[in-house]
Design a protein. Structure first.
Length: 511
């Protein structure tokens, strides 16, 4: 009887709003992502040292994984670095052979390693590292027994509610040319988690690679946007839409900060020991209720950021909840919808008795752009029939002719590699939610001993290297300084590259 009454009330509410009840969408994108003849060769570059057994199995999210590579980064001077999220930053020499540059894990003994995004999560070098020796890292720590005090706790919560800390650290090398780190470090920002599990920590750090000295954006550090686990982080505080869609919080926001201490810059102090850029929209709006660090907001887990090196277009890969994975074009000050939107759909949490794993269609006049609702929508999407978590993507202009002019990205869990036409993506950035660029799958292949093509999946490569099956591919992408693409896994520790067709001849890894 109570259920029937609730259904009647929902019907009356819907009719009172002037329309029928919209049905929940169970298969948001009916057409699958398929291969259309786009094939690319992949080659091994180097396997990082084995770090299995470094920590007790209960403290390691994947004890069987050889090494957990998340990033490969090239400096302008030609040096190449890669991380193992178990705590090591490696320098790769001219032959791509690794040596430990910094033992990041040793510096942070309270770090968490038993979650998918945990440990030494991310790193980035200042564009003038060769002169100033500055680089930046992201990691997370448990709150229990932690003597540090967070700079930010989500609104409405107290220190006693804090479960984890997200930390951004600046490191200063005494000799930037040295092959091992020696120097100092300074904490920039410490953000509190409230939910039970370390879900969606701050992990990605990036300087705009298209910004030149003297430009307003030069030397400003971007920090990935996250809902800090308020969607599915476990415990009583998850599924909490009241923590998103606001500008008096860091929750769901991509941040842009000047990493210099205010004592050095003379500028406005942020929540931590950094400066709020005066050029930031929410710093210059005169509203004391908006956080000046915010660059854009409304993200569930915009865990990777990148720029088109030809025109400066900024992209974010935003991991969805249960249904939609997104590639977004990012503009300052705009709202990307979470938790009210997922893809170009209304999220069920906005409805009476609704849930975050539900989708409903947008009204037709919003979907086709006749009416604006204040949100910015993705330019490419796929649903969970085709993957489970979108990884980094890059605008490609390198040596592989078939990929030029495409945005290359992938799915972390299933290890599928995707591409979308860049021109189509930019055309889809038209204010019409339903306009998105088509997505296709890239077929990978390797060469056998005789130089013949062997078509493979990324997961097959991982399993062959590890000599064991894996439950997830843990795919991540990176870009070399000359525009070529790395593909890595947090399963087998191997760094690979997409390369032009070798037709049976050896191709050296780009430097």
């Amino acid at each position: 009887m109570r259920t029937a009454l609730r259904l009647v009330m929902l019907l009356l509410l819907a009719l009172g709003a002037g329309g029928p009840i919209q049905a929940q969408i169970n298969n948001p994108i009916t057409a699958p992502v398929v291969k259309r003849g786009l094939s690319v060769e992949v080659k091994d570059v180097v396997r990082l040292p084995q770090t299995r057994g470094l920590r007790p199995p209960e403290q390691d999210v994947n004890p069987a994984g050889w090494a957990r590579v998340s990033y490969v980064r090239d400096l302008p001077d030609g040096r190449r670095f890669a991380n193992d999220s178990r705590g090591f930053l490696y320098l790769l020499d001219g032959n791509n052979q690794p040596s430990v540059y910094a033992n990041v894990g040793e510096a942070f003994p309270l770090s968490v390693y038993n979650r998918l995004a945990s440990g030494f999560i991310g790193f980035e070098f200042h564009p003038e590292f060769a002169k100033n020796g500055l680089f930046y890292t992201a990691h997370a720590e448990r709150a229990m027994g932690n003597p540090a005090t967070p700079h930010f706790i989500p609104p409405g919560f107290a220190p006693s509610d804090v479960t984890y800390h997200n930390i951004v650290t600046e490191w200063r090398a005494t000799n930037p040319a040295a092959t091992t780190f020696a120097g100092t470090r300074r904490e920039l920002l410490r953000v509190a988690h409230i939910v039970a599990n370390l879900t969606h920590p701050l992990g990605h750090l990036e300087f705009n690679p298209t910004s030149k000295p003297g430009a307003p954006d030069y030397g400003l550090l971007y920090v990935s946007g996250s809902d800090l686990g308020f969607s599915n982080g476990g415990g009583p505080h998850q599924n909490n839409p009241g923590q998103t869609q606001r500008l008096d919080t860091l929750v769901s926001a991509i941040l842009r900060i000047d990493p210099r201490s205010p004592s050095a810059s003379g500028g406005e102090k942020g929540l931590g020991d950094y400066t709020i850029p005066a050029v930031n929209k929410f710093a210059a709006d005169g509203d004391p209720k908006t956080f000046g660090e915010i660059y854009a907001y409304g993200f569930r887990n915009a865990h990777r950021l990148s720029w088109d090196l030809t025109d400066g277009t900024m992209f974010a890969s935003d991991i969805g909840m249960t249904n939609i994975e997104e590639i977004n074009i990012i503009r300052e000050g705009e709202n990307y919808g979470w938790m009210r939107r997922e893809g170009f759909f209304e999220n069920g949490i906005t409805r009476p008795a609704g849930a975050l794993d539900q989708l409903f269609p947008l009204p037709a006049e919003i979907l086709d752009g006749r009416k604006k609702d204040g949100f910015t929508y993705p330019v490419a999407i796929y649903d969970h029939n085709d993957g489970q978590a979108v990884t980094a993507g890059f605008a490609y202009y390198g040596r592989i002719e078939a990929l030029r002019g495409k945005f290359v990205f992938g799915d972390i869990v299933r290890g599928r590699l995707f591409a979308a036409d860049l021109a189509a993506m930019k055309k889809a950035d038209d204010g019409i939610p339903q306009t998105v660029a088509p997505v296709e799958e890239i077929q990978l292949y390797v060469r056998d001993a005789g130089g013949n093509r062997m078509y493979v999946t990324f997961r097959e490569l991982i399993e062959a290297t590890n000599g064991a099956t894996v439950t997830r591919a843990d795919l991540h992408l990176g870009r070399s300084r000359d525009g070529e693409l790395f593909i890595t896994s947090r399963q087998d520790g191997m760094i690979r590259m997409l390369v032009p067709d070798s037709t049976g001849t050896a191709t050296s890894a780009a430097r």
